[in-house]
Design a protein around this ligand. Structure first.
Ligand SMILES: Cc1cc2nc3c(=O)[nH]c(=O)nc-3n(C[C@H](O)[C@H](O)[C@H](O)COP(=O)(O)OP(=O)(O)OC[C@H]3O[C@@H](n4cnc5c(N)ncnc54)[C@H](O)[C@@H]3O)c2cc1C
Length: 413
């Protein structure tokens, strides 16, 4: 009889874990209260990033703190109440920005992002959604006169770290993205990144692949998790499910379910918003771009152009504050001919982040059979499949595709 597994959460990370465990012979049940890919894995910018190897809390954060103090910066907004309620997380997050804490985290993120596109490509082939993948890279653009110098410096830094980039001047950018308005002094094309035209469609195709191979997808709200004599039991509003092992892949909801087990995970969230817009007839983008100084991304999607905001440090469930995305819209219109909203709602999501900006992948200490896969911060859409592969290899006692040491739960538990 095959061993059994329950994966809690059907975002990109959970679906990927389910597929990777299934590949290793597990009979897997995947549980989510919503359709697969309906939360954080729905609303992201769809970039499959090779280049996101520098954590947000790197030494330059200290230099930027003064600029963030007025709390009007497009890249980071915060609610004072949230910071005061989470001093421990904030201090640990800032402490990780020390130079001595940088190199091993870059190496760890590199080990994930270097496999992101290859693993997605293979899964998309199997799931029949390869047509949704654009292998046209991801673009960063600068407005200021310092842009060319910054782009060149970043290119050199990335090349030192094995990430291929190309610098574009104003004319070069016009040739690369003809419909981008010529307001940018320089651009950096991160060539080994890709992007998709509807992130949820990818998660759902992976979930359908999992189901087509005999996996069970259950729609139910998870209420509780407990140890049994020979495995784990998950109580849901649709009844109890039992299995030999349980995998927590609940993204920004992962910490709550672990608390009653005495596992206090320092998980916080970096919230973000998106809206979809139409553009003037015939205007196109071949890839998402990040407007560095205005701190928004604009990504071409199936249902319009998706404008995503920077980071908001607030409680996961606190009411929306649209100031950041409202301010991003006119800046995005300076760059590209956006017109009417394609929908009336503003989406909000929460990037799940641990203080060192690395995910937690591995078995929970003192809890055999309880596996953790969350905390993929800004790159969980990209790194879901590699997270799943590392986790399933550890479960099966194989050597994982990347060194799991930096992601070990023991660093916090
Ligand atoms: C604005 C924005 C832009 C981003 N852009 C990118 C990008 O371009 N590229 C990239 O790689 N990443 C990006 N990210 C980050 C990425 O979206 C996340 O890291 C990733 O989606 C996390 O996936 P996950 O599976 O861990 O979490 P989720 O996708 O949130 O999945 C968790 C699941 O758990 C379920 N769940 C929670 N509680 C319960 C319960 N009690 N019962 C049942 N089910 C439950 C939820 O319904 C959900 O489906 C972005 C994020 C944001 C917010």
């Amino acid at each position: 009889m095959s061993r059994t597994a329950i994966v809690l959460g059907a975002g990109m990370v959970g679906v990927s874990c389910a597929l990777s465990l299934q590949k290793r012979g597990f009979a897997v049940t995947l549980i989510d209260r919503r359709e697969p890919g309906s939360e954080t894995s729905y609303g992201n910018a769809g970039v499959i990033s090779r280049a996101s190897i520098l954590p947000l809390n790197n030494p330059s954060l200290w230099k930027s703190l003064a600029a963030y103090l007025r709390n009007d910066h497009p890249a980071i907004r915060y609610r004072w109440g949230h910071l005061f309620k989470n001093p421990g997380w904030i201090l640990r997050f800032l402490a990780e920005a020390r130079p001595s804490r940088l190199q091993h985290r870059i190496a760890a993120l590199d080990s994930l992002t270097s496999l992101a596109l290859p693993l997605h490509r293979a899964l998309m082939d199997e799931a029949g959604v390869r047509h949704r993948l654009r292998e046209t890279g991801s673009l960063k653009v600068w407005r200021s006169e310092a842009g060319p110098e910054k782009a060149q410096a970043e290119k050199l830094w990335f090349e030192d770290h094995g990430v291929r980039c190309e610098v574009y001047d104003r004319q070069g950018l016009s040739a690369l993205e003809p419909d981008l308005n010529p307001i940018f002094s320089a651009g950096l094309l991160q060539m080994d990144s890709g992007s998709v035209d509807w992130p949820q469609a990818i998660v759902q195709a992976y979930a359908a692949l999992f189901a087509s191979r005999g996996g069970r997808v259950v729609t139910a709200a998870i209420e509780d998790l407990s140890k049994t004599a020979d495995g784990w039991s998950v109580r849901t509003d649709g009844g109890e499910k039992r299995a030999d092992i349980a995998v927590i892949a609940l993204g920004p909801w992962s910490a709550e379910i672990l608390k009653p087990l005495g596992l206090a995970v320092p998980l916080n969230v970096e919230r973000g918003y998106h809206r979809h817009y139409h553009a003037q007839a015939g205007r196109k983008l071949s890839r998402p771009f990040l407007d560095v100084e205005a701190a928004y991304m604009l990504a071409p999607m199936e249902k319009g152009f998706r404008l995503t905001s920077g980071v908001e440090l607030a409680h996961r469930d606190a009411p929306d504050d649209h100031a950041q995305i409202d301010e991003a819209l006119p800046r995005a219109k300076e760059a590209f001919a956006l017109t009417q909203p394609a929908e009336t709602t503003t989406w909000r999501g929460s990037r799940p982040t641990l203080p060192d900006s690395l995910p937690m992948i591995g078995e929970a200490p003192q809890n055999p059979g309880l596996w953790l896969a969350f905390g993929n911060q800004h790159i969980g859409f990209s790194t879901g499949p590699v997270t799943g592969e590392i986790l399933a290899a550890l479960v099966a006692g194989e050597t994982p595709v990347a060194d799991p040491t930096p992601f070990a739960p023991e660093r916090y538990l």
